[in-house]
Design a protein around this ligand. Structure first.
Ligand code: IDP
Ligand code: MG
Length: 148
């Protein structure tokens, strides 16, 4: 039961030249890339993506951050990909995230936390549609799938 999830390397990750290392961790786990692009998030896009947060006090700061530079947007596929990626990311605040997680290994901030990952299959479906056109996603079989 393969599943897809939306992942972003946020502007801090791109600025810190961490995209390659973060992608390597996700690929090493066995997740398959089905969509990948460098893009700038517009304020409109940020409001769609973070609809659940728009009315919160931290939203203006979050929008400023997420639109502040390019992000790497990815769709990754694999068994229970949503949960697997959330586990690899760690909790929101890098200062509280365990070593071994992306946020735990690379950050100390609650906002500047390197990576986004969808938090449910329903959210993933919505977020993938916000960030990618259907023709930008490529379905293919990787021969090594049976080994991972
Ligand atoms: P998540 O990314 O771990 O799912 P959410 O609570 O959904 O965390 O928040 C979305 C994003 O908004 C976070 O990843 C972080 O960048 C930012 N954020 C969350 N809470 C705060 C806060 O209290 N102050 C500033 N930014 C925040
Ligand atoms: Mg969230």
């Amino acid at each position: 039961m393969s599943e897809r999830t939306l992942v972003l390397f946020k502007p801090d990750a791109v600025q810190r030249r961490l995209s390659g290392r973060l992608l390597a961790r996700l690929e090493d786990k066995g997740l398959k890339i089905v969509g990948l692009k460098l893009m700038v998030v517009t304020p409109d896009l940020a409001k769609q993506h973070y609809a659940e947060h728009v009315s919160k006090p931290f939203y203006p700061e979050l929008e400023k951050f997420i639109t502040s530079g390019p992000v790497v947007a990815l769709v990754l596929e694999g068994p229970t990909a949503v949960k697997v990626v959330r586990g690899m990311m760690g909790p929101t605040n890098g200062a509280e995230a365990a070593p071994g997680t992306i946020r735990g290994d690379f950050g100390l901030s609650r906002q500047t936390n390197l990576v986004h990952g969808s938090d449910s299959p329903e959210a993933a479906a919505k977020e993938i549609a916000v960030y990618f056109k259907p023709e930008e996603l490529i379905s293919y079989t990787a021969d090594l799938e049976k080994w991972v």
